[in-house]
Unconditional design. Structure first.
Length: 390
């Protein structure tokens, strides 16, 4: 376990009250995506980045779609902590207004509490503690609040990368759990299914060929179907989700078309073309009539080397806080994937211990936010700080 004076100094400077205050201010702004409206948090982000003495860059990728970067220090290496400011729709089942955050029994409740506004507040508190502890930087720290992560990052991270944003490494506080960092993510592909039949009057259905029945026959087979393939042992098996289905024009017409869309998450080692072949082979058991086509949107799986310095430093520091941090992978997609394919190493970590993101009554434990503030800032300090290690 580490017993370094710089780490103790950093830890003692984390201001929990300021962290909570910032989290509540961010959650209050309804940045549901779509449409996003991330510019609603711009003034708050700019105010708090100003407290760090940061040089602030605001890149508006579309009306009301803001990406805000705060730069502290000079030169290389460049270490970034990037969070997103959009949130998913709140849905039903909330005990209180999801955009009127509450602090109760050591937890912050509200949409975005853990995904991803609470972690931004922790990141800010950690960097402020690093500066207050007098740790000198041998490079640049970037604290970013970006747009559009929940819908593909077209107005967020992808926009920034296309504009030349290129840190040397990055911490993404948006996945995994308190005791697991994510170093790899599955690939994702959307598959469009089309069943073709023959229309007829509903009073004589035998004269038609019901496309919905054809689709249902295929989907019943798909329900218990497991994709096969060799893949990296750090990944879980591939998954198939039936996300959308549509068929028929009116109740009094035998439908001649039925459509469905699948979301498939697949591990490193599998290929999209092989997945399509397996789905097509399954369709042969339905006597035809099912067309299978990959949609344009897809992203490949990725995996950061488990021995990368970013991974090793994070795991080493976690032990100082009594956390045995494991490296793993997940099926969700974060900003890290955009970075990986631009040759920017990134790790993904989260203060959560329960899967509460995207759920009603989303919350984050304050004590875990505080631990993460220390850990994430500690990683930055170890990699680009001048430290007094005793």
């Amino acid at each position: 376990m580490e017993s370094l004076s710089w780490l103790n100094a950093l830890s003692s400077k984390v201001n929990e009250e300021e962290m909570i205050e910032l989290a509540l201010k961010l959650i209050e702004k309804n940045t549901t995506n779509p449409p996003g409206n991330e510019c609603l948090v711009k003034d708050t982000i700019v105010e708090y980045l100003g407290k760090l003495g940061a040089r602030i860059e605001i890149l508006e990728s579309a009306p009301q779609r803001c990406n805000i970067l705060g730069y502290i220090g000079e030169g290389h290496p460049v270490a970034a902590i990037i969070c997103h400011m959009d949130v998913v729709p709140p849905g039903d089942g909330w005990y209180s207004d999801p955009f009127s955050p509450k602090v109760k029994e050591g937890k912050i409740y509200g949409r975005g509490a853990v995904d991803n506004k609470g972690p931004f507040a922790a990141s800010w508190a950690g960097i402020k503690a690093l500066l207050d502890a007098g740790i000198t930087l041998k490079g640049t720290v970037v604290l970013g609040a970006v747009a559009d992560e929940e819908r593909g990052s077209f107005y967020g991270m992808q926009y920034l990368l296309n504009k030349g944003f290129h840190p040397d490494f990055c911490v993404i506080p948006d996945g995994g759990s308190l005791n697991q960092i994510i170093i790899g993510e599955k690939g994702r592909m959307e598959v469009f299914l089309s069943a073709k039949g023959k229309s007829a009057h509903a009073s004589q259905p035998h004269k038609g060929d019901n496309a919905i029945y054809r689709m249902v026959n295929y989907l019943n087979l798909l329900k218990n179907f497991n994709l096969k393939g060799d893949y990296h042992p750090l990944f879980d098996p591939p998954t198939i989700n039936l996300g959308q289905i549509k068929g028929g024009e009116a109740p009094n017409i035998v439908p001649d078309r039925c459509y469905a869309t699948l979301d498939i998450r697949y591990p490193l080692g599998m290929e999209e073309k092989d997945i399509i072949i397996q789905l097509e082979d399954l369709a042969l058991r339905c006597e035809g009539g099912i067309e299978i086509k990959k949609r344009d949107f897809s992203v490949r799986p990725h995996l950061l080397d488990v021995n990368h310095p970013l991974v090793k430093v994070c795991k080493d520091l976690a032990r100082s806080f009594g956390i045995s941090l494991q490296a793993g992978t997940m099926g969700g997609i974060t900003l890290a994937k955009n970075l990986y394919f631009r040759k920017i190493p990134a790790i993904v970590h989260s203060p959560t211990m329960q899967p509460v993101a995207h759920q009603a009554n989303e919350y984050v434990e304050i004590k875990n936010l505080t631990i993460c503030a220390k850990l994430w800032a500690g990683v930055i300090a170890r990699l680009i700080g001048e430290l007094n290690e005793r």
